[in-house]
Design a protein around this ligand. Structure first.
Ligand code: KIV
Length: 275
């Protein structure tokens, strides 16, 4: 069944948890879609896991369009949400609408995601008014890593927790249909989830959220630069790939690959005439 913003919003009260995973290419998107994930996030985490940057700061709108369009071609039923990268919406409401429009028009996104609370509500309102669904993102927002001074759990003091709840209410009021909560204490994420009408998707925010998201290369055990506490390896695809490549190299070396069944045939008469 095709997932839409409406069907995903309805899941908050239906008792079904929302599943979200990141993807950055057609083949992975197809696999996730076939497995039945509700929504695929083309996250700006592509800066880390695809492009090898140490953060998401250098990711461009063009990068996001390129990968979003590939994912959209592979996602038949999952709702594709694409990240607005750093400085593509913070600069002005106008920039936010233009770039969100590009992610939808050229990147075929079904919705866009941006980071921040009250300060980005004018952008959320304007993007939604332009007919583009918005996902908000609070807690540890990686585009502000230089302000936070590192990857730290957010909302641990009374002031910070109150601000998080106020920001969650503000982004809902501005028109966001979904809220990602990253690196927030589980009890606080549960309270935020109970305080708003739109669904929350947690990453390092406990089981009290309405759904969960992980970066695909983290959950498959393929990305090893760093492993946050909230990551669970659901497979060890990194080991599988390394072993497969070692076998490939060995079989090239000993002549086992390619075998008869991997080769194309030609009539011996033709070959004989070439000698
Ligand atoms: O870019 C990303 O992958 C994200 C998730 C971590 C939520 O924003």
């Amino acid at each position: 069944m095709k997932n839409t913003t409406t069907s995903i919003m309805q899941m908050k009260n239906s008792g079904h948890k929302i599943s979200m995973l990141t993807a950055y290419d057609y083949t992975t998107a197809r696999l996730l879609d076939e497995a039945g994930v509700n929504t695929i996030l083309v996250g700006d985490s592509l800066g880390n896991v695809i492009l090898g940057y140490e953060d998401t700061i250098s990711v461009t709108v063009e990068d996001m369009i390129h990968h979003s369009a590939a994912v959209a071609r592979g996602a038949k039923n999952a709702l594709v949400v694409t990240d607005l990268p750093f400085m593509s919406y913070q600069t002005s409401v106008y920039d936010a609408v233009v770039n969100a429009g590009r992610l939808m028009k050229e990147g075929r996104a079904g919705a866009v995601k941006l980071e921040g609370g009250k300060e980005v509500c004018p952008q959320i309102k304007a993007i939604v008014s332009a007919g583009i669904p918005v996902v908000a993102h609070l807690g540890l927002t990686p585009q502000s890593i230089n302000t936070f001074g590192g990857f730290k759990v957010q909302g641990k003091t009374e002031t910070a927790a109150k601000k998080l709840i106020e920001d969650a209410k503000a982004v809902e009021e501005a028109g966001a249909f979904l809220l990602v909560l990253e690196c927030v204490p589980a009890k606080l994420a549960k309270l935020v989830t109970e305080s708003i009408n739109i669904p929350t998707i947690g990453i390092g925010a406990g089981a009290g959220c309405d759904g969960q998201v992980l970066v695909i290369y983290d959950m498959l055990g393929m990305f090893s630069d760093f492993k946050p506490k909230f990551v669970k390896h659901f497979a060890n695809a990194g080991d599988v790939i390394r072993e497969a490549v070692k076998t490939y190299i060995a079989e090239i070396d000993d002549g086992t690959f390619p075998a008869e069944e991997h080769c194309y045939k030609i009539d011996d008469e033709v070959i004989d005439k070439l000698y």
